[in-house]
Design a protein. Sequence first.
Length: 136
Amino acid sequence: MKLRKTCQKCEDIIKKEINRSKHHILSLKDDWNGKGAKGFNIEVWRSASDFLIRLFHKFYRDYGLTLEAPSILPVGDLSIDVHWKTDKLELTVNFSEEYINLPSFYGKDNKGNEIQGIIETNKIHLILLPWLKNFY
């Protein structure tokens, strides 16, 4: 998925992490964690990566700001976490094979305020963008 030229900076920022995660996560074979975990479904990785590209683009479009790049991490239950951790906030959005279009999310700011839920992929930005804006 490519972004419009107006957000080329967004794409450049996240491209490195998306490419790193693709190589790392999709190369994990069965029992990669030593506890019997299986290899990852490319569709789960794609869902997480596409979400991230759309979120970066919408954040830039709506606020004229660029998000910090998160980590894209494998989880032992075959889900994938998109994870931000800064001195102001921590946010995890989890994509699972079972609920591929219903990611769960949990965030906490440095004042102890929390945000959490499960929402359709195409609507999650309605919740996360205003919350993330508070930290920029």
